[in-house]
Design a protein around this ligand. Structure first.
Ligand code: HEC
Length: 168
C-alpha cells in the first residue's frame, strides 16, 4: 500500500513538472500598443484593477499565473478577453466603436458577468467590484449613452412580461 501511494505521488509529481513544458500561446505576453483611457482617476484605477488583466496589453503575469494548469486558463481568458475588447487598442477605434464598447461594458458589469468569477477566486479578490465601484463605472460607461434608461433590457423585458399576465 505504501509503495503504491509512493508510486502515485511520484507519478503526479512528474506529471506536474512535465506539464510546465507544454507551450502556451500568449503567456506573459504584453503586445506593445498602449492607450490611455480618458477616464477620471478613480474610474481608471477600477478599470486597471478589475478589467485590464484581460482587456488590455498591460496584463499582470504574477508567478502563479505562469504555473500550469492555471496558466492555461489565464492565457485563455486573456486571449479571449482581448479579442472581445482591448482598451490598449482603443487608439485605432473611432468614437462610435468606443461608445459601443462602453455600453456593453455596463451591460456586462450590471449583469455581474465581469470580472468573471473564476478570475476573482482566490487570487484576484481585490478585483471584485463594490457597489460604489459599480456606481462610478456606470456613470462613466453611460455618460454619453443615448438612452441610459433603455440600456437595461432585462428589467424592461421583465416589466413587459408581467403586464399581460396581470390583465386577463
Ligand atoms: C479574467 C479575465 C477577464 C476580466 C478580469 C474581465 N473580463 Fe471581460 N471578458 C473576458 C472574456 C474571456 C470575455 C469573452 C466573453 C466570454 O467568453 O465570456 C470578456 C468579454 C467582455 C466584454 C464583451 C462582451 C461581448 O459580448 O462582446 C465586455 C464588454 C467586457 N468583457 C467587459 C469587462 C469589464 C468592464 C471588466 C472589468 C470590470 C472585465 N470585462 C473584466 C475576460 C475578462
Amino acid at each position: 500500500m505504501r509503495r503504491l501511494l509512493r508510486f502515485v505521488f511520484l507519478g503526479l509529481l512528474l506529471a506536474g513538472i512535465a506539464i510546465q513544458f507544454v507551450p502556451v500561446k500568449d503567456i506573459g505576453s504584453n503586445p506593445p500598443e498602449r492607450f490611455v483611457v480618458d477616464a477620471p482617476p478613480q474610474v481608471a484605477a477600477i478599470l486597471r484593477r478589475s478589467c485590464f488583466d484581460c482587456h488590455s496589453n498591460e496584463t499582470r503575469w504574477p508567478l502563479y499565473s505562469r504555473i500550469a494548469p492555471g496558466s492555461w486558463l489565464m492565457a485563455r481568458d486573456v486571449h479571449r478577453g482581448r479579442n472581445h475588447l482591448n482598451f490598449s487598442e482603443w487608439g485605432d477605434a473611432d468614437e462610435e466603436e468606443r461608445q459601443d464598447d462602453l455600453e456593453s461594458c455596463w451591460d456586462e458589469v450590471a449583469a455581474g458577468e465581469m470580472p468573471p468569477v473564476q478570475y476573482l477566486y482566490p487570487f484576484h479578490m481585490s478585483a471584485k467590484l463594490s457597489d460604489s465601484d459599480k456606481a462610478l463605472l456606470k456613470a462613466f460607461f453611460l455618460k454619453n449613452a443615448a438612452n441610459p434608461g433603455e440600456k437595461q433590457p432585462d428589467t424592461a423585458k421583465a416589466q413587459a412580461d408581467e403586464k399581460p399576465a396581470a390583465t386577463p
